[in-house]
Ligand binder design. Structure first.
Ligand code: BEZ
Length: 399
């Protein structure tokens, strides 16, 4: 074989080898880039029935509003929703979240309201490395012992509003408080946060009452409160349960003799149904009506125009969950598989929320002002800031 043929054969062989190498490379490249052009599948796992149904609807509305304001696309990807009604039922939660992850192949999970259901979601999200944004449930563990680089929260930890109210009542000189709530993570942790600050400030929790979620037979417990005669009552209830509790408390004649205080869920999204029974109540929360935040003004206007409804804290949290997703997607060019870049962008961001701008902690929970609010003419009027830039202690988070 002459030198020219040998060189030509060698060249051909190396071109073939290069081609062989190129082929899998472009397939791999196609795999990495194709999803960034495809529709973005958002798995909404929320309660659409039961005591928290209105909360789930408000979260979805808020999320959709932000997406609509972006023209229906995030980072160039059209948003498609897959919905599951989780019924606020922890016993169905693992099956429900697995349907979204394994059957529907969603790019991101958004959910939920109930702390027990959210913990099941966080476990699956962690095991499958699926992006999860929690738009309400305050379970301390989600950004505590279960914290993970792919899990974010746009709402609060149960500890936060409870802790803020504990400080408020201790500073006010209240000494003896009874607590009443549902016996599950949200109630337990709200009371624990309250007790931590209240007892640090010199108060005593003299009685802790509870009933199973979502039970609303309050009568025996109200009789117990009347007999205990504390200086005040601290409570966590939300949704339909909060409506019934506030009405029953007033109907039992307790409102005038034993002041009632709560995490702000007690009176958020519930005031029309509670009527006069809620008038004058003080609560602590990371949102209020009539804030002088420019973003809140445009948000409330757009929300009312779109849904013919007034927004509440749940709508704000849904809106901000979409904002967090948009921030992460912008940094990754729409590629949800780039988890580290996604997290770095969200961790560095100041989120322009209707509640006022906030950042996320290292554990991915909002660091935010907690407002003291009072119900006046069917609004949660902002009375002041109970605690500024409150950061959840993120106990047990190793990240
Ligand atoms: C929770 O279960 O974490 C929760 C439910 C409703 C309102 C606030 C918190």
């Amino acid at each position: 074989m002459d030198k020219f043929r040998r060189t030509a054969l060698a060249l051909g062989a190396s071109l073939l080898a290069a081609g062989a190498l190129m082929a899998p490379m472009s397939a791999a490249h196609a795999q990495a880039t194709a999803p960034t052009n495809a529709k973005l599948k958002v798995g909404l796992m929320l309660p659409y029935t039961g005591t928290f149904a209105s909360l789930g609807n408000a979260i979805e509305n808020g999320f959709r509003l932000y997406v609509t304001e972006q023209g229906g696309k995030l980072s160039g990807r059209e948003v498609e929703f897959v919905k599951v009604d989780d019924e606020s039922d922890p016993s169905k939660a693992t099956d429900n979240v697995n349907k979204l992850v394994k059957r529907d192949n969603v790019d991101v999970l958004v959910g939920t309201v109930h702390s027990g259901v959210a913990m099941a979601m966080a476990k699956v999200a962690k095991e499958t490395n699926t992006l999860l944004i929690v738009p309400n449930a305050g379970a301390d563990a989600v950004t505590g012992a279960m914290c993970a680089p792919n899990i974010f929260r746009s709402s609060f930890s149960n500890w936060q509003p409870g802790y803020a109210m504990g400080e408020v009542l201790a500073k006010k000189g209240v000494k003896r408080v009874a607590t009443i709530t549902w016996k599950y993570a949200a109630g337990d942790e709200a009371v624990r946060g309250f007790k931590e600050a209240f007892e640090k400030g010199g108060g005593t929790v003299v009685k802790e009452l509870n009933l199973p979620f979502p039970n609303v037979e309050f009568q025996a417990l109200l009789t117990d409160i009347a007999a205990t005669k504390p200086d005040a009552v601290f409570t966590f209830f939300a949704g339909g349960g909060a409506v019934k509790f506030v009405k029953d408390y007033a109907a039992a004649g307790l409102k005038k003799s034993i002041p009632l205080y709560g995490s702000g869920f007690l009176t958020d999204g519930t005031l029309d149904a509670q009527g006069d029974a809620a008038e004058g109540l003080f609560t602590t929360l990371h949102y209020a009506d009539s804030l002088s935040v420019p973003k809140d003004k445009s948000f409330r206007l757009n929300y009312a125009k779109t849904f013919k409804l007034q927004p509440d804290v749940y709508a704000v949290q849904g809106y901000d969950a979409a904002q967090i997703l948009a921030i992460g997607l912008k940094a990754t060019n729409g590629d949800v598989s780039k988890k580290a870049e996604f997290a770095a962008a969200v961790e560095a961001a100041k989120i322009d929320s209707p509640r006022g701008a906030f950042t996320l902690s290292k554990a991915h929970n909002p660091v935010q002002d907690i407002y003291l609010r009072q119900v006046e003419a069917k609004e949660n009027k902002m009375v002041g800031i109970a605690t500024k830039a409150l950061n959840d202690p993120a106990r047990g988070c190793k990240m």
